[in-house]
Design a protein around this ligand. Structure first.
Ligand code: NAD
Ligand SMILES: O=C(O)C1=N[C@H](C(=O)O)CCC1
Length: 262
């Protein structure tokens, strides 16, 4: 049984992940962590089947339950520190928190390599999102003019989304740098044309009712192509999280994207 701790268990994704761990017979939920928690055990919480799992509000204390895997759905600033902490204690991180910079990822990968610990940081654990990114990369080779419209719930902290940034990075590898639109354009309202990633524009929509959605829209003379992905339920991320928990400990490096474990 894989001994797993979930950081951010009071949140939308952390609570879904903790339930997923409890629901899988090859996983053992040895602890949950969230500074926001006031209880000391999950016993008495029907959401988590009243199981007697210790609740931690201090990171160091988690070492007492000797986890092998650290699932993280927290906030960017905490997640970078949590991932470093996990790696330095030979715990394999499975991180879904978004907002990591390229530099954060590189530094964490260096720690993982040095300590020979396997792990994963993935901006999106949905299989449809992984495929959407791969299809977009493929299309960008032939259609370099593209804009990303990402749409999320209005409680989301980071913008653009981790998925949009990763999609743009993957497409940039195919299309390179290319300014788009009219070079003489003006913006009567600043930001009207969205964020600029190597010439590609990214637009972030935040609305109640949404979960996570993305449209990658390509345009060329006389034709267009739109690739769209929709997440209707956070449960959809759990197949990818469970897969990562089963596979990361077979590796000795920190991967940046679920596609490396599929
Ligand atoms: N990779 C994916 O597939 C995927 C899917 C959904 C969301 N996300 C990302 O997951 C993250 C969490 O999203 P959410 O909607 O669950 O947010 P949320 O606000 O509902 O939950 C975040 C939780 O983290 C806790 N937290 C804050 N600081 C912490 C710390 N130092 N240690 C432990 N916990 C801490 C908060 O108290 C809160 O309960 C976001 O970055 C989001 O973009 C990723
Ligand atoms: O709910 C969120 O926040 C999500 N964030 C991810 C991102 O930033 O790409 C994607 C899944 C949902």
């Amino acid at each position: 049984m894989k001994k797993i701790v979930v950081a951010g268990f009071k949140g939308r994704m952390g609570s879904t992940a903790a339930k997923m761990v409890l629901d899988n017979e090859d996983f053992d939920l040895v602890g949950v962590y969230d500074p926001r928690a006031t209880e000391t055990s999950l016993a008495g919480d029907a959401t988590f089947n009243n199981v007697d799992v210790p609740v931690f509000t201090e990171r160091e204390a988690i070492l007492s339950v000797k986890p092998e895997i650290w699932i993280d759905f927290t906030v960017p600033e905490a997640a970078v520190k949590n991932t470093k902490f996990a790696l330095e204690h030979d715990i394999s991180p499975v991180v879904g928190t978004t907002g990591f910079t390229d530099n954060d990822v590189k530094q964490l990968q260096a720690i993982a390599k040095k300590r020979q610990v396997g792990g994963l940081i993935a901006p999106n654990f949905g299989l449809s999102a992984v495929l959407m990114m791969q299809f977009a990369k493929q299309a960008a080779k032939y259609f370099p003019d593209v804009e990303i419209i990402e749409m999320h719930h209005d409680n989301k902290l980071d913008a653009p989304s981790g998925t949009a940034l990763k999609t743009a990075e993957m497409m940039q590898k195919e299309r390179g740098d290319k300014p788009q639109g009219n070079p003489d354009k003006t913006e009567s309202l600043p930001g009207a044309r969205g964020a600029n990633y190597h010439g590609m524009r990214i637009h972030s929509v935040r609305l109640p009712g949404l979960i996570a959605h993305q449209q990658v829209q390509f345009g060329a003379v006389g034709e267009g192509l739109t690739i769209r992905q929709d997440t209707y339920d956070r449960a959809s991320f759990m197949t990818g999280v469970a897969l990562a928990c089963r596979k990361v400990t077979d590796h000795h490096e920190l991967f940046d994207g679920l596609e490396y474990l599929l």
